[in-house]
Each structure stands twice: as C-alpha cells, then as structure tokens.
Design a protein around this ligand. Structure first.
Ligand SMILES: NC(=O)c1ccc[n+]([C@@H]2O[C@H](COP(=O)([O-])OP(=O)(O)OC[C@H]3O[C@@H](n4cnc5c(N)ncnc54)[C@H](OP(=O)(O)O)[C@@H]3O)[C@@H](O)[C@H]2O)c1
Length: 335
C-alpha cells in the first residue's frame, strides 16, 4: 500500500508541485484577489526568517500589515526583519525569539503575547522541520512532533481566544503534500515504534496538521482555518533535509514566492475567507486531503483519540504545581 501511495503521490507531484505545475495553475488565478490593503491587521508568522515564511512576511509587510515574526535564531530573524523593513518601508515588523520545538516555551510565549496584544487577525503556522534522528526536547517529546505538531497545537490553542476577539480571524498551517502518503497513526504519535524514518515522521506530522485543522474548524466557527501544500519550492529546508531530492529536482523546483503564493492568498484575500473552513489547499484551490484508494482516512474514534492525546500531552507539559497552581502565568485555554 505505501508503495502505491508513494508512486501515485510522486507522479501527481511531478505534474502539479513543480514550477511548471504552478505556472499552469496560476493561469486560473484572479489577480485582483491580492489587491488588498491590510493596514491595521496583524499577522503572526512562524519561521518568518527564511523561505516561504519570509516571502509571506515580505508580501504582507508591503501591503501594510503588522507582522510578528516568530523565529528561533535572533541574528537570522533580525537580518530578515531589516530586509523586510527596507524593502517594504513598513516598520511594523516585530521579532519574537521562540524555539517552537521547546513546548513549554511556546506556551509561555503565546500566553504573554495574548496579554500584551489587543488583537491578532491571522496566525500562520509555517515553521517546520525534518530531523532524521530520534531526539527528545526538554519536555521529553520527539523533536519533529514537538515542532510540527505540538508547537502548532499549543500556539494555536492558546491564541484562539485572542483571534476570536479580532476581526476576520484566520489560521493558516503550512503542511505538505507529503502527508498524502500517511494515515494518522494514533497508536504512535511520537514515532517510538519500528524504524525511525525522518521523511515519514515529517509526513505523519503533516497529516496530523491536516486533521487538527479539520477539528479546529468544527470547534471554532468564528475563525477561518485552512491548511495547505506550497508545492516543491527551493528553500533551505529542502536543500538541507532532502539534498538528493533537491539535486534531482533542480530547476523544476518552485521559487519561494511561488511556494508562498497560496499562504498569502489564504491570509489576505476575501475569496479565501468565503471558502469553507477546515480545508486543504493547493494553488489557491481546496483539494482532496486523501489520494484515491489510499486508505488514509481515519475513523471518528481515531480522530478523537488523537485530539485527546494531544490535549493530555499539552497539559502534562504545563504541569500543575503541588499547591494546585499551574507552572506559568495562567491556565492555558487548550479546549
Ligand atoms: N519548500 C518546500 O518544498 C516545502 C514543501 C512542503 C512543505 N513545506 C513546508 O513549508 C514550511 C516552510 O519551510 P521552507 O520550505 O520555507 O523552509 P525554510 O526556508 O528552511 O524555513 C523553515 C523555517 O522554519 C523555521 N524553524 C524550523 N524549526 C524551528 C523551530 N524549532 N523553532 C522556530 N522556527 C523553526 C526555520 O528557522 P531557521 O532558519 O532558524 O532554521 C525557518 O525559518 C515548513 O513547514 C515546511 O515543512 C515546504
């Protein structure tokens, strides 16, 4: 089955996920969709110092939005900020240094942000990683899972009350078409069983993001949730985590701007807000989150189990103290 899924996925990828795929799809784009000003709206973008996140931050800054860049490396983030401010002329670009693989710190950051800012219109969960060796973070969580799933879960859950208070709130999560080869594995969320294959662990995390988005959309009707595949874009993540793939694809890879296009469209356009919440997008269109005949759909019980495991893990990181107080400024609003 996984051989079938991989073959179908790769063949459709060669047609759709490449630069040619983008150019073909973009013939149907409505150019006026992005003719908007977002002055007065605020956008949080994780991993905004590089690749797709940086290109997204640049476009939003040029359109007048307030940008909160959430990055783990201060120097890289400040360099990117300076470039964005210089090119856009917009000084409302702010850096927050947070390592999204450090679960407890993600929660502390989100709690503090919620207190310090009156509103947040759009959260873009873009940062992602593919670590090829099984490593644990300070909270004992596997690092790919901690960054790609738990970081996204805690950041989003904690910021939902702030987003709900804001006008036209949206949450966009940058997943990957690679998730199409994976069925949610509720009995092994942190890849403890069998051989550890970083590419498949990453793809499993990206499937988890799609399921999360579907569940968030059901639970939070005020917020517009979407999850997307950027296509195969030439970024440091691809060249460092998948060097052979990067070499093989060469000029066929999309530019970072092409990879960022649908993120930007989902974040800015009125057309995106009119689509049903909770869907998976590619090139400005909702597309199927499952390959035909791939048996990747989960039962309601599996999805429920996944959501309750995430919630339990999140609470276990934000431990109650012996006196009954939580180990932080206030009780997180995960549900
Ligand atoms: N490029 C593609 O073809 C492709 C395809 C499918 C999906 N995606 C997804 O697109 C998203 C953006 O990736 P990209 O391709 O633009 O790669 P990129 O240029 O390497 O950007 C990844 C960003 O995530 C940040 N990041 C990684 N781990 C982090 C952590 N623990 N805490 C905070 N930030 C962290 C990186 O920070 P540093 O700069 O400090 O490393 C960087 O800013 C990812 O979610 C990726 O999975 C990309």
């Amino acid at each position: 089955m996984s051989l079938y899924r991989n073959a179908v996925w790769f063949l459709s990828g060669i047609h759709q996920y490449t630069r040619n795929g983008y150019e073909a799809a973009s013939k149907d784009f409505e150019p006026q969709d992005l003719s908007v000003s977002v002055v007065g709206r605020s956008f949080m973008i994780t991993g905004a110092n590089s690749g797709i996140g940086r290109a997204t931050a640049m476009t939003i800054a040029k359109k007048g939005g307030t940008v909160h860049m959430v990055c783990r490396n201060k120097d890289k983030a400040e360099e990117a900020r300076e470039d964005i401010v210089n090119q856009s002329g917009n000084t409302e670009v702010h850096v927050h240094v947070v390592d999204l693989s450090e679960t407890h710190k993600v929660w502390e950051f989100a709690e503090a942000f919620k207190k310090q800012h009156p509103s947040l219109n759009v959260l873009i969960n873009n940062a992602g990683c593919m670590v090829h060796k099984r490593e644990l973070n300070a909270d004992g969580l596997e690092k790919n899972f901690a960054t790609n799933t738990m970081g996204v879960y805690i950041l989003t859950q904690t910021l939902i009350p702030l987003l709900q208070k804001s006008r036209d709130p949206r949450v966009i999560t940058v997943s990957s078409g690679g998730m199409l080869v994976q069925k949610l594995r509720v009995d092994d969320l942190q890849s403890e069983k069998g051989h550890f294959d970083g590419v498949m662990v990453y793809a499993q995390n990206k499937r988890q993001q799609v399921v999360l988005t579907e569940q968030w959309a059901k639970a939070n009707p005020i917020i517009h949730f979407s999850v997307m595949h950027p296509g195969w874009a030439d970024t440091p993540a691809v060249s460092t985590s998948m060097p052979q793939f990067h070499h093989m694809m060469g000029e066929r890879l999309r530019s970072v701007e092409q990879g960022a296009d649908t993120v930007v469209w989902l974040a800015l356009s009125r057309a995106a807000a009119r689509t049903r919440s909770g869907q998976f997008f590619q090139d400005r269109r909702p597309v199927a989150a499952h390959l035909p005949l791939a048996w990747t759909r989960s039962s309601a019980e599996e999805v429920q189990s996944f959501m309750s495991q995430l919630e339990t893990l999140a609470f276990s990181v934000v431990q109650p103290q012996p006196d009954g107080e939580l180990n932080g400024p206030s009780r997180p609003q995960f549900v």
